[in-house]
Design a protein around this ligand. Structure first.
Ligand code: SF4
Length: 465
């Protein structure tokens, strides 16, 4: 059984896309360490979806930063322009002691053809004195994960006390030990981290999510890329806050907590939080991949709903939320996909909504069966959702779609909490299989190619490939 840590599902990175930005970034960093002595020139070829929406998803930027050796989880986002200018001016990348020729204009080659191995394939080529030395093929398989053909799919070969492949495996353990899903997940995570490290690292992820929401709610302007999409989260936040002032994040949270709490206002706050995250994502801000960047706003928005508007029971419950949500994300990654280039938007917003629904249900007191039922309900109503980003940018429909995913997750939770799971006709494993079947039958124009749906009917600024 493949072991996927929740820290592979939740990763701190930058926007706008996990499969088109973070995956290629990680691939470029990996390639950099393997080019070998004597290489004096490198090229990268971007195939299929990485070509068709690569510029809108900053794939070209990501490979340059990765080749320079920057780490996406800690890079100073304010310096990215400087780093790119250096390559553009010098047409050289320093790797170890070597100065390797790389002209972004001619050495990033967009190949419209879809590679037989995967819709998101990129191939790096190394040259020495004009002779081809080697090539390295990488597949960006969603959520920032990469694979190299011929190498083991997961480097995470640990032996877990509670191996989990399907939802029914989880229920076997929770029934036997009378435990919550998060308890089981924490026992598995303890194979690789101590309890203190699990809490510390999840705290960092939660803090990054919160900081992202706050930045998005306090930043105005037009998003980059040429669509001229206006940021809306700040304006919505000001409206909802009724002009109340605050000087820090904590004061801001208090003004929300102490403000009006009718259904309409709570609903608008949820949208505001989700918009804030995905506006930051579209602007190459720091976000948490959960399980992807395009869907990074769903889980933070649902966590804020719990934190501000429900019976919040302390920081420990947020850890439990994340453990349960992360495990549900793993179920989808193992049984289906979290890549929009393979499964459309059901694989991004659908999975994040299912994760959020599961996490929320657990912290609101649901049984493990109700947790999985909530995740199933959330996905059931995203089945078949297409990926059709206008202009290849992660903006329309993506930003609003996070608000919708969050609201559906909350509705799924409340349905599950008031239902008897034994009466349900569809279980989590069936919905995961159905999502995978649907993904395989979906026309490729609805899989992150910007060739169908809204992208087809509003064909603006498509990058020349
Ligand atoms: S439409 Fe959905 S899957 Fe496609 S880029 Fe936008 S958020 Fe991601």
């Amino acid at each position: 059984m493949q072991a996927i840590s929740i820290f592979e599902i939740f990763k701190i990175g930058i926007g706008p896309s996990s499969s088109h930005t973070l995956g290629p970034w990680n691939a470029a960093r990996d390639f950099r360490t393997s080019i070998g002595a004597g290489c004096d020139h490198i090229q990268v070829h971007l195939y299929g979806s990485l070509c068709k929406t690569g510029k809108g998803h900053a794939t070209d930027v990501a490979v340059q930063l990765g080749l320079q050796g920057h780490d996406s989880s800690i890079i100073d986002v304010d310096k990215i322009t400087t780093y790119l200018k250096k390559i553009a001016d010098t047409k050289v990348i320093k790797i170890g002691d070597a100065e390797v020729s790389f002209d972004p204009e001619s050495d990033i080659v967009f190949k419209k053809v879809t590679h037989a191995l995967h819709p998101n394939t990129l191939i790096f080529h190394a040259y020495k004195n004009g002779e081809h030395m080697k090539e390295s093929i990488y597949l960006s398989i969603g959520g920032g994960f990469i694979e190299k053909p011929g190498e083991p799919k997961s480097k995470n070969e640990v032996k877990l006390p509670f191996p989990i492949d399907k939802g029914k495996d989880i229920l076997t353990y929770t029934d036997k030990y009378k435990s919550s899903i998060s308890d089981i997940v924490i026992q598995n995570e303890k194979i690789q981290r101590t309890q203190e490290e699990i809490v510390r690292d999840l705290d960092e992820i939660l803090d990054t999510m919160l900081a992202c929401i706050y930045r998005g709610c306090t930043t105005d302007g037009i998003l980059p890329g040429g669509l001229n999409v206006k940021r809306r989260a700040r304006h919505l936040c000001l409206q909802l806050n009724g002009g109340k002032s605050y000087n820090s994040l904590n004061e801001w949270l208090e003004t929300i907590r102490n403000g009006p709490r009718d259904h309409s206002i709570i609903n608008r706050w949820i949208s505001c939080f989700a918009l804030a995250v995905n506006e930051e994502n579209a602007a190459m801000g720091r976000v948490v991949t959960s399980p992807t960047n395009g869907a990074a706003g769903v889980i933070p928005a649902v966590i804020m709903y719990y934190f501000l508007f429900c019976d919040y029971k302390g920081r420990d419950t947020l850890i439990n939320f994340m453990c349960t949500a992360g495990e549900i994300g793993s179920l989808f990654k193992k049984g289906a996909t979290i890549s929009a280039a393979v499964g459309g938007c059901q694989a991004e917003i659908g999975v994040s909504s299912a994760m959020a629904a599961g996490g929320l249900t657990e912290v609101l007191g649901g049984t493990p069966r109700q947790v999985l039922m909530a995740a199933e309900i959330a996905m059931e109503h995203h089945l078949g959702m297409t990926c059709d980003p206008i202009g290849g940018l992660v903006q329309i429909p993506c930003i609003e779609r996070n608000a919708m995913g969050a609201v559906k997750a909350i509705t799924a939770t409340h349905l599950a909490l008031t239902s008897e799971p034994h009466d349900a006709k569809v279980d989590i494993d069936t919905v995961i299989k159905t999502m995978w079947d649907t993904a395989q039958e979906m026309n490729s124009k609805y899989k992150e190619t910007a060739e169908g749906g809204l992208a087809y009917n509003l064909p603006v600024i498509m990058p020349e490939c």
